[in-house]
Design a protein around this ligand. Structure first.
Ligand code: MN
Length: 254
């Protein structure tokens, strides 16, 4: 059986989340489960339970940052409990009056991550790649930052790679020629697969965490490697990320 890595998925948002978690356990899928609001943390932790290959990240999604800004203190408090943070970021497609709050939430969370000695952070940057890079730059040395579904320019990708950023890449992103061109330029030792399910869909169907495997064939084509080699590399990258996270676990945390 091939090992599957889904480094960015919203398990709590599937219509039958317990069923999806059961399937991930049965199929041995490694998953990083994002939360979109800090209030979802407890429920998502219960959902994931003791699944050995699934970890929960604590986040406040940029599309919710404005309406949920009162949850920022809860986010900062819960970040003590886990080395994984997400989903965070900036969304340039949201109304302009939300942008300052989005930036405030991202900045405060990254400052907290620095204070805690570093976190693994999964970042959204839709129509805001430049702004995200500007905010994360001074936190890049102290954290392991993953740009999820990156859709910026080739030069922004180079800047992010030079900063040490990681990238998580899903089947939906690889449907576009631009997405595939970006993947070709990504640092191979810092690439992971993801689905962004159930938000991300292919042919109208929400992606299941196991579908992260499908990204490997497009990545393989972009890198001129075999699909099996890519799958193996992604697993080894994910293990390195796990070692980073274990070193940053706070006593008493999961
Ligand atoms: Mn997401």
């Amino acid at each position: 059986m091939t090992t599957i890595v889904d480094a960015h998925v919203h398990l709590d948002l599937y219509p039958d989340p317990y069923q999806v978690v059961r399937e991930c356990r049965q199929e041995g899928v490694y998953a990083l489960c994002m939360t979109t609001t800090p209030k979802a943390w407890d429920g998502t932790s219960i959902l994931v339970g003791d699944a050995p290959r699934i970890r929960c990240a604590i986040g406040l999604h940029p599309q919710l940052a404005f309406e949920r800004k009162e949850e920022l203190p809860l986010l900062l408090r819960l970040m003590w409990e886990t080395p994984y943070v997400g989903e965070l970021g900036l969304d340039g497609a949201m109304p302009v009056e939300t942008h300052a709050t989005q930036r405030l939430v991202l900045t405060k969370a990254l400052e907290r991550a620095d204070e805690l000695g570093g976190r693994v952070v999964s970042l959204h940057s839709r129509r805001a790649a430049g702004a995200v890079l500007e905010v994360i730059e001074q936190h890049a040395d102290r954290n392991l930052l993953i740009l999820h579904w990156f859709s910026g320019t080739a030069s922004q990708l180079r800047d992010a790679a030079a900063m040490g950023c990681w990238f998580s890449v899903g089947p939906a992103m690889l449907h576009s020629k631009k997405g595939r061109a970006l993947v070709a330029a990504m640092p191979r030792d810092r690439v992971l697969t993801e689905t962004d399910g159930p938000f991300a869909k292919v042919k109208g169907r929400p992606l299941h965490p196991r579908d992260a495997r499908r990204a490997c064939s497009s990545i393989a084509a972009a890198w001129d490697m075999s699909e099996a080699e890519v799958a193996q590399l992604v697993v080894s990258n994910f293990r390195r990320l796990g070692e980073y996270a274990v070193d940053r676990r706070t006593d008493g945390g999961p």
